[in-house]
Design a protein around this ligand. Structure first.
Ligand SMILES: [Zn+2]
Length: 76
């Protein structure tokens, strides 16, 4: 995992996070109005200090989402 994918807990600011996935099948974010076959697989973390559970999209998938958003804006 790259440093850029490191998070602080949004609730308590702790960096003691355990990364993983939510659910036994991967959770997927499907953006509205954007064509995507597989969606964007999400990752999750749980803060070991306060128990906050966060979900995010990894950096390289975020790049792909940005490209798709840009394509959509170009079409308008
Ligand atoms: Zn926390």
């Amino acid at each position: 995992m790259s440093d850029i994918d490191k998070f602080c807990c949004v609730r308590c600011g702790s960096e003691n996070l355990c990364y993983g996935h939510l659910g036994s099948t991967p959770n997927v974010f499907i953006p509205s109005g954007i064509f995507t076959i597989h969606g964007f697989k999400t990752r999750s973390y749980v803060c070991v200090d306060c128990g906050y559970l966060g979900t995010y999209i990894s950096r390289n998938r975020l790049e792909k989402l940005r490209e798709k958003l840009k394509d959509r804006l170009d079409e308008i």
